[in-house]
Write a new protein. Structure first.
Length: 279
């Protein structure tokens, strides 16, 4: 097939809309081989169909336009494309961690209110009050999220993240409800999973599930307890256990009351390392 193709033909072959192809032409991302001087029709070379498909795939996973330009400039450089996708995945993970952190911070504000944030502190006090404990637990918990979402963390950042997660769990242990304890264990498990430390990740994931079961905690706390065990198992290299716990999380997701919470869990399950989506 050597003859030029119309925009409609290319759209059908590559799965993009004609509107998208015209937009990519206007911004100089995918320029047609020719434009008919009489009627202005865009005409594409047959080998541009593969480029259009690549553009569609990359944009479908939200790869930035500048990175798409880089990819289609050397479409056969598999190493460069893989490096680009790995970097984009890292950005997406950081974005997901930011969203998840915001959700947890909102949960604290909903559960605890904003009054404690607006009251003055007595600097002469030498013993921590329950409000102090709660504020420390929340601040440390949120601080861990900020470190999780930070790109290019240093070794010192990783150490700080571990210690802050444990400190937050400690303070929740003084004043928190069982749900807070389970979430604290979940965060410890997540930190260790991110650091590829399977044994402590599994330990804290198990503790989180034990707390849920002991106190009959359900909804998204239970689903995330299963998620943490799936993730920790994957980090440990146990693909069978990772899939088993993922299936438990998927079953528990059916009982999550809020659609947004369910969607966040399902999105999180897709980031478990080494596990292809099977649902």
């Amino acid at each position: 097939m050597d003859e030029l193709l119309t925009v409609g033909q290319v759209a059908r072959l590559c799965g993009l809309t004609t509107k998208a192809l015209r937009h990519y032409d206007r911004i100089g991302l995918l320029v047609p081989a020719q434009v008919d001087p009489v009627n202005g029709y865009r005409l594409y070379a047959p080998d541009q169909v593969a480029l259009a498909r690549l553009v569609g795939v990359l944009r479908s996973v939200d790869v930035p336009l500048d990175d798409v330009r880089t990819a289609i400039a050397a479409p056969h450089d598999e190493d460069a494309l893989r490096a680009l996708l790995v970097a984009h995945r890292r950005r997406m993970r950081a974005r997901l961690d930011r969203v998840r952190g915001d959700v947890h911070r909102l949960d604290h504000l909903i559960d605890d209110g904003t009054g404690a944030l607006m009251t003055s502190t007595d600097t002469a006090r030498t013993t921590a009050t329950p409000d102090d404990e709660r504020r420390l637990a929340v601040d440390l918990f949120n601080g861990v999220w900020r470190l999780l979402e930070k790109e290019g963390r240093s070794v010192e950042d990783d150490d700080r993240m571990v210690h802050m997660a444990h400190a937050s769990r400690y303070h929740w242990g003084q004043v928190g409800k069982p749900e807070n304890l389970s979430r604290g264990e979940w965060q410890c498990a997540r930190v260790y999973a991110v650091l590829d430390r399977a044994e402590p990740a599994l330990h804290h994931a198990r503790r989180g599930l034990e707390i849920c079961r002991e106190h009959r905690i359900g909804d998204w706390d239970l689903a995330y307890a299963y998620e943490s065990l799936a993730r920790a198992s994957a980090v440990a290299g146990d693909a069978a256990a990772a899939r088993q716990w993922t299936e438990q999380a998927l079953a528990a997701a059916d009982d999550i009351a809020e659609d947004d919470d369910r969607e966040l869990l399902l999105t999180d399950l897709e980031t478990i390392p080494g596990q292809p989506r099977f649902w």
